[in-house]
Write a protein that binds this ligand. Structure first.
Ligand SMILES: *Cc1c(COP(=O)(O)O)cnc(C)c1O
Length: 433
């Protein structure tokens, strides 16, 4: 037992000198990086009053939870696959840290259908929701020994900012252009990149914009990132949730120009965010990331969490292979109708406008034309007053780094959306000049 002895010896020699301790004070200080890592969506939510304006029934179109209204249910095959995985007693233990081999293979096969090359199980890491895949990407690419920065979209999903803060990565925001279907401001990206840039983040279909990028635009972004020698983190949690004639194409399809780390999962498309299953796929046909040891970093990060929930991993191959196409086409029809409803009402509501119809995901960004309002100076005041007066919750654009706008979840039943827009219209009529 030489190791144990050595350890004891070390403990003995390093025991703190008693006089160094101040007996009146606890040596506790919360990590400033953790305190800076607050998720801005949660912050916006917490500053909202409990909505109950004028005795109306509260409606919340704030959080991106597709289950919030309970009417669209997860497909039966998913429920059955999970039930089977649990009742068989084979999946109560830990899995390999990166995930169950068969599960990773199934994800690789599923994603490869849309790619010009094939992924293997070794290119996939299973995670606790897409959020943890985001954490892994930022954690693996952040260099803690020298300054590093990442380019995030503005407006964008705020969790990226939180993880950058936690890992000490400087955030640089590039613009998405509302009058050009929220496409990337390519020149802005080029201006912001420097030798310390560790990644460019792109979300498609977009949260909060509801945008779906064309293959042409994705190629432009991939070529630019390739030229600048910066990998892309592609957030595709809304993969295939595209409608209005638009089609989803994964960023990984352009990985011959630039290495791509794709994060995804079943939360949104299968309506099960509470199941907490996501993945990270390494689209790196030229092995650039592998040579830079990024995959080793993922393995280490995965091992720190021991394992992702095993019954859900065990159920995943069946979920991916057997979910009926009808389930997807029906939910997309439903979402498309609701996006239309919101887009049309936004055009008719005084003081509001929406330059770009949503073509995917579950959100619409609406501009507040502030010069038309008598009071309400900004998006936060707008959201706060709307909650107080009309018991309707929406998120201020500032939660996504985009003041002057609001974001609405449109995955709510039509009756609820109609009622929400009636309230918005009454509210805006009252507050505009
Ligand atoms: C909801 C969402 C996530 C998180 O997904 P989980 O699987 O629930 O962790 C990640 N990225 C975007 C853009 C999202 O909207």
């Amino acid at each position: 037992m030489p190791c144990l002895l050595a350890l004891r010896c070390e403990i003995a020699t390093h025991s703190p000198h008693e006089s160094a301790v101040d007996p009146k004070r606890w040596a506790i200080g919360a990590n400033p990086a953790a305190l800076r890592s607050l998720n801005p969506i949660r912050r916006a939510m917490e500053s909202m009053p409990t909505v109950q304006g004028r005795g109306k029934k509260p409606i919340s179109l704030t959080l991106g939870d597709p289950c919030a209204f309970g009417e669209i249910k997860a497909p039966q095959v998913a429920v059955q696959a999970l039930t089977d995985a649990i009742s068989g007693f084979h999946y109560n233990g830990y899995s390999q840290a990166a995930g169950i081999y068969d599960c990773r293979s199934a994800v690789a096969e599923f994603l490869s259908k849309d790619l010009p090359y094939s992924l293997s199980a070794d290119d996939i890491f299973m995670t606790a929701g897409c959020s943890q895949a985001i954490q892994f990407c930022i954690g693996a690419l952040a260099n803690s020994e020298k300054p590093s920065n990442m380019l995030l979209p503005r407006p964008g999903f705020p969790l990226y900012q939180s993880f950058c803060n936690l890992f000490g990565v400087e955030v640089r925001e590039y613009d998405l252009l509302p009058n050009s279907d929220w496409e990337v401001d390519l020149r802005g990206v080029e201006r912001l990149v420097d030798p310390d840039t560790a990644a460019i983040v792109l979300c498609n279909p977009g949260n909060p914009c509801g945008s779906v990028y064309t293959p042409h635009h994705l190629t432009q972004v991939a070529k630019l990132a390739g030229k600048l020698r910066v990998p892309i983190i592609a957030d595709e949690i809304y993969a295939h949730m595209a409608f209005e004639g638009s089609k989803f194409v994964p960023m990984g399809a352009f990985a011959s120009h630039v290495p791509v780390l794709t994060v995804g999962g079943i939360s949104k498309r299968w309506f099960v965010p509470g199941w907490r299953l996501g993945w990270l796929s390494v689209c790196d046909p030229d092995c650039v990331l592998k040579e830079a040891k990024v995959l080793d970093a993922f393995t280490n990060l995965a091992q720190m969490h021991l394992s992702t929930c095993t019954p859900i991993q065990a159920a995943l191959p069946k979920i991916l292979q057997n979910t009926p196409q009808d389930f997807f086409s029906q939910t997309l029809d439903t979402l498309s109708t609701r996006a239309d409803l919101c887009y049309e009402r936004a055009q008719k509501t005084p003081g509001l406008s929406c330059p770009s119809k949503p073509r995917g995901s579950m959100y619409i960004m609406i501009r507040i034309d502030s010069d038309k309002f008598k009071d309400l100076r900004d998006d936060k005041e707008f959201a706060l007053a709307l909650a107080k007066e009309e018991a309707l919750g929406v998120l201020p654009g500032s939660a996504f780094g985009f003041p002057g706008w609001i974001r609405l979840l449109f995955a709510a039943p039509e009756t609820i959306l109609d009622e929400s827009w009636d309230r918005l219209e009454a509210f805006c009529t009252r507050h505009t000049k």
